[in-house]
Write a protein that binds this ligand. Structure first.
Ligand SMILES: Cc1cc2nc3c(=O)[nH]c(=O)nc-3n(C[C@H](O)[C@H](O)[C@H](O)COP(=O)(O)OP(=O)(O)OC[C@H]3O[C@@H](n4cnc5c(N)ncnc54)[C@H](O)[C@@H]3O)c2cc1C
Length: 389
């Protein structure tokens, strides 16, 4: 009998990543396991995000880690991806907090903002002093964000915003919201301070999933926004989708982390749980389940590795990201469900992280484009025919 294989780096990808990339990942791994893992089950049970860790994440360079300047770490896209993998090994809510801050709030200011806007907001966001949220989804417009009805009116010396957003991560804890609204019929991005008169963010509670994450509605009732809060280059749905591509890239890596955590837990359990006088890991059905999980994790890691190279070379487009997000989250969800089964009754308790990951991955499979919508994005790339509208 050989020793159990303990590493999920079966194809030795560590030998391909740069030392700096592995260092960034290892720092996050150490922090997440020392600081976050011990508190996550209570936070999840209480339905609370432990905001007090935001400054520690900032010290680790987690916010906008792949952006240059403004106090950001300026790391490669691969390093950033590996950091997301480690954060989501701990919890999808933790990774979502960092993804929203970096990819959905800092990125639009970085990519579509004026120099003055970047100087004003980005250094404080990378330092964790300003927290952001991203409001695109509306009660009646989820997969079809182009239909959004939140509107902005030009009132001469200011804009007036009216509308409602739904399912907004970090909504209730954010200082600023990137709000997508129609001005003269065209979608634009606005930076809305959340202490503006007429703005409120009631929390959406009673969730089975992503409980260690704040999810809110955004209500905008005659919210006055200074003219210089319009992001000058964020015009059209394409700009909003550009942010989603950044975030989905991180999700593709993050899902591998959640899957690895479920796999590690199920493997350890199978080796120690005795039934019929043997560890359940000695039964063929259990071994093939582990083999399937391990294979899917390895395939997802390979997809991420190459996607990181493409992104660093400026060659990754949204369809590459759709494939990776769709595949990796879909497989992670299957792995979580299989792992849950392998733990028997113990799989439904929060003594083990699997049930939490499984519920979280239901959200991750839905947000930022559902599994099916990404299938249709790929379908359009393959056939040239748009099937989703
Ligand atoms: C916890 C959580 C956090 C979130 N955070 C944010 C956030 O920070 N910011 C933000 O803007 N949004 C956020 N979202 C919203 C998320 O992006 C949307 O839920 C998602 O885009 C799907 O929209 P929907 O829920 O309205 O579902 P719908 O669009 O109503 O879809 C319902 C079902 O119909 C299917 N469907 C829809 N259209 C088609 C079609 N053309 N062909 C085939 N099937 C179709 C979908 O695949 C899905 O299965 C969050 C959601 C959750 C649950």
């Amino acid at each position: 009998m050989g020793a159990p294989l303990l590493s999920t780096d079966f194809f030795d990808l560590d030998s391909l990543y740069a030392e700096e990339e592995l260092l960034a990942r290892d720092e996050i791994r150490r922090w997440a396991r020392e600081r976050f893992t011990p508190i996550v089950e209570d936070a999840h049970r209480d339905g609370r995000f432990p905001l007090e860790i935001a400054l520690e994440l900032a010290d680790l360079g987690a916010f906008g880690a792949n952006l240059e300047g403004y106090g950001c770490a300026g790391l490669s896209n691969s390093a950033y991806g590996l950091m997301m993998d480690e954060l989501e090994y701990a919890d999808s809510g933790l990774r979502s907090f960092v993804s929203v801050q970096g990819a959905l709030c800092m990125y639009p200011i970085f990519a579509y903002g004026s120099d003055e806007q970047k100087e004003r907001w980005l250094p404080k966001m990378s330092a964790g002093e300003i927290i952001g949220c991203f409001g695109l989804t509306e009660p009646d417009h989820g997969s079809d964000p182009g239909g959004l009805v939140t509107r902005a009116e030009d009132k001469g010396d200011h804009f007036l915003l009216n509308g409602a957003k739904m399912w907004i991560t970090n909504g209730g804890i954010a200082h600023i919201a990137i709000v997508w609204a129609k001005l003269d019929g065209q979608i634009h991005g606005f930076v809305v301070p959340t202490d503006s008169e007429g703005f409120s963010a009631p929390e959406q509670r009673r969730k089975w999933s992503l409980r260690c994450s704040v999810t809110s509605e955004l209500v905008l009732q005659d919210v006055k926004i200074p003219k210089d809060h319009l992001l000058p280059k964020a015009q059209g749905l394409k700009a909003a989708l550009g942010c989603l591509t950044q975030a989905r890239y991180g999700i593709a890596f993050g899902a591998v982390g959640a899957a690895r955590c479920c796999y590690d837990t199920a493997r350890d359990y199978a080796l120690s749980r005795i039934q019929f006088d043997k560890p359940i890991a000695s039964f063929q059905l259990v071994q093939t389940k582990l083999a399937n999980m391990f294979t899917e994790i390895t395939k997802a890691q390979l997809l991420c590795y190459h996607l990181g190279l493409l992104k660093d070379a400026g060659k990754a487009d949204f369809a590459h990201v759709s494939m990776a997000k769709r595949n990796n989250v879909g497989r992670a969800l299957e792995i979580a469900r299989t792992a849950r089964d392998m733990l028997g009754a113990n799989g439904i308790t929060d003594e083990y992280p699997i049930g939490r990951h499984m519920c979280n991955l239901e959200t991750v499979n839905t947000y930022e484009g559902t599994y099916d919508i990404h299938g249709l994005i790929l379908g359009e790339r393959i056939t040239g025919i748009q099937a989703y509208s």
